[in-house]
Every structure is written in structure tokens, then in C-alpha cells.
Design a protein around this ligand. Structure first.
Ligand code: ADP
Length: 343
């Protein structure tokens, strides 16, 4: 399989409304984002946030009501007919429900887009076997979807999406129907595609795990708008929008039951995030010995976010006002994020 450089995607003030009789639904509101070539970009949001609509504008399945979608500098939203079909070959897509044809073998499912392009049966078959080998399904080439597991079906879906050697791979909830172990294997495969072929991957999902393990950058959508956008690590450490906080909470729960906060609240109930080497320092010992405050440790956990370790500590500190200020200063200098926990 020859290498492909990934394509860039630019969403430029994209708005999409659906009119049904007197009712207008706005699925996308003024969305502007840039997906750099060769990166893995995640879009997360609850059901109805506009994710599917957004991803479908990239291959021209949806046309923006206003704004533009540039794929490799070409305004895909303005193309029609033959020009659109030619541009669509640069983009492969995978789906939650796999969208395979049950009557065709895995090999014929993968070869289908090539046959529709007019590629000869022998060449299409050769290429299909090549991509099936890449996704680790050589021994299942003759099987029908009904005889494959969910993970194997998604591998066939991925092979089919790769058959035309696309610059961009679009993933619409592609792991949402899979169990955690199979999800991890599919995410591994997507990472390998990105690494080995430089394919740009745009992933939409409602699962923060997928973002945590796969994406370089993330945009959070709510009500058709992008409410937050940044690197994955930054988003985990400093979520700003409510929706982002809720998603981050599914991976790094903010720790304390409300009852405990009510009981212990007030000054000195602090939540800290520690990044990488920060987790190894004797923080609590330092507070007690060097600053001279009392410390009650309430919660501690640690999460791996790609190549980073993020630790969370929640403590209750007591001491004189002056000591409390000193303790706050001491911690601020040593952790990436420090906040008061309030009920
Ligand atoms: P998500 O993928 O985040 O679940 P969607 O992009 O599917 O969100 O939908 C966003 C909003 O647009 C929803 O309110 C949905 O009902 C509406 N919508 C999507 N597609 C259509 C359509 N073809 N006709 C009318 N409304 C639609």
C-alpha cells in the first residue's frame, strides 16, 4: 500500500439548518475549526450536538446552509456532480453500524468502492486483499459479515474506507457499538493508520475515552456550537465549558460526594491536578513539615492521558490565615491546577 499524506480540513463559519414545514432545526451554528494535515482530531458532544452533521459536510453528504468546508484547500461545499465525486475519493468513512452489505464477502465489500470507480475485478481484488491484510483479516476475506464479530466487521469497514487510499478518514461513532477490549483494538488500528500513512483522522464520538486515547486535538460541541477547543491534555486539565467538564468528569471524576463537601466546605478544601513529574513530589509532607498546616487527605487518583500522567488530589487544609495563604502559595508553585472545592 503506498503512503498518503493527510489532507487538511477547514470549517469556515459553517451553519446548517434543516427546514421541515414551519420548524427549522439548526444542527450547526457558525462552526469554525481547523484540522491540520496528518493529525487525529476528535469532536465530542452529546447526542444531537451536531457531530454527524459536521462530519458529513467533509465528504459533501451535507451542504452547509452558509459557510465553507475546505478539504485540502478545495471548497467541497461548492462542488457538484463529477467534481464532487472525484473529491469524495480523498475521504473514507467508517460508521457505528459498519454499513456492510450482508450478501457480499468481506473482500467484495472492500472491493466495492473500487469496482464503482471502474477498477478491474482483478485489481480491485488485489487491493482489497492488501488492505484486509493491513487490518489483520486476511483469513476472513471470504467470510460474510454475518459470520464476523463486531470488531472484525469494523475492521472490514476500515479496510473498505482505506481501499481508495484516502487522505482523510472520517469516523462517526465507529467504536460505540463495541465492547471496551474491541474498542481498544480498533483505536490501535486507527492510530497505526495515522502513523504509517499520515492519514488525517476526524473522529466524532460521545465517549471521552476515545478522545483520551486517540485524539491530538479536541473540540467539544453542544447545541450545534463548538463550546471548547484545544489539545486533549489541556482540555482534561483545564476544562472551561460545562459540557467539557461533564465529559472530563467521566474520566477524572471530580472526587467528592456533595455531602462531604457540605460538611467540610469553606476555606482550605482544595482540589489539585498534578502533571507528570509533579505527581512524584512529597507534596503533603512538605505542607505539614515546611508550611506547618494540618492536612486531611480526602481523595487521590491518577489517570494516563496519552503519554502524560495526570494526578488528582483533594485535601482539607487547616491553619491560621497566614499559614493558609502560605500553603496556597506553596501548592500553586508545585501543581498545574489548584482550585477551591465548593458545593
Ligand atoms: P449528533 O451526531 O451530535 O447526535 P446530529 O448532527 O445527528 O447530532 O443532529 C444535530 C441536530 O440536527 C439534531 O437536532 C437532529 O435532530 C437534527 N438533524 C440532523 N439531521 C437532520 C435532518 N436530515 N433533518 C432534520 N433534522 C436533522
Amino acid at each position: 500500500m503506498s503512503g498518503t499524506a493527510g489532507g487538511g480540513i477547514v470549517f469556515d463559519a459553517v451553519t446548517k439548518s434543516y427546514a421541515r414545514g414551519a420548524v427549522t432545526t439548526t444542527a450547526l451554528r457558525d462552526v469554525s475549526l481547523q484540522v491540520a494535515p496528518g493529525t487525529i482530531f476528535g469532536v465530542i458532544g452529546y447526542s444531537g450536538a451536531g457531530k454527524s452533521t459536521l462530519i458529513r459536510t467533509v465528504n459533501g453528504l451535507e451542504k452547509p446552509t452558509s459557510g465553507r468546508v475546505l478539504v485540502d484547500d478545495i471548497d467541497i461545499s461548492s462542488l457538484r456532480g463529477r467534481a464532487l465525486r472525484a473529491a469524495q475519493k480523498n475521504t473514507g468513512m467508517i460508521f457505528q453500524q459498519f454499513n456492510l452489505l450482508e450478501t457480499l464477502s468481506a473482500r467484495d465489500n472492500v472491493a466495492l468502492p473500487l469496482r464503482l470507480d471502474g477498477v478491474s475485478p482483478a485489481d480491485a481484488r488485489r487491493r482489497a486483499d492488501e488492505v484486509l491484510d493491513f487490518v489483520g483479516l486476511t483469513d476472513k476475506a471470504a467470510s460474510h459479515p454475518g459470520d464476523l464479530s463486531g470488531g472484525q466487521k469494523q475492521r472490514v469497514g476500515i479496510a473498505r474506507a482505506l481501499a481508495r487510499n484516502p487522505k482523510i478518514l472520517l469516523s462517526d461513532e465507529s467504536t460505540s457499538a463495541l465492547d471496551p477490549a474491541t474498542t481498544a483494538q480498533i483505536l490501535d488500528l486507527l492510530r497505526r493508520i495515522n502513523r504509517e500513512y499520515g492519514t488525517t483522522i476526524l473522529v466524532v464520538t460521545h465517549e471521552m475515552d476515545v478522545i483520551k486515547d486517540l485524539a491530538h486535538e479536541v473540540a467539544v460541541m453542544a447545541g450545534g456550537e463548538v463550546v471548547e477547543h484545544g489539545t486533549v491534555l489541556d482540555t482534561f486539565v483545564r476544562p472551561r465549558a460545562d459540557a467539557t467538564r461533564d465529559f472530563v468528569d467521566t474520566i477524572v471524576p471530580r472526587g467528592l460526594p456533595r455531602r462531604v463537601v457540605d460538611q467540610l466546605g469553606g476555606e482550605g478544601l482544595w482540589r489539585m491536578l498534578l502533571l507528570d513529574a509533579e505527581v512524584e513530589q512529597p507534596l503533603i509532607t512538605g505542607l505539614i513539615r515546611d508550611v506547618g498546616v494540618d492536612v486531611n487527605m480526602l481523595h487521590a487518583d491518577m489517570t494516563q492521558i496519552q503519554e502524560h500522567t495526570v494526578g488528582q488530589l483533594i485535601i482539607k487544609v487547616t491553619g491560621s490565615p497566614e499559614k493558609m495563604r502560605e500553603a496556597h502559595q506553596y501548592l500553586s508553585e508545585r501543581v498545574v491546577e489548584l482550585e477551591e472545592v465548593t458545593a
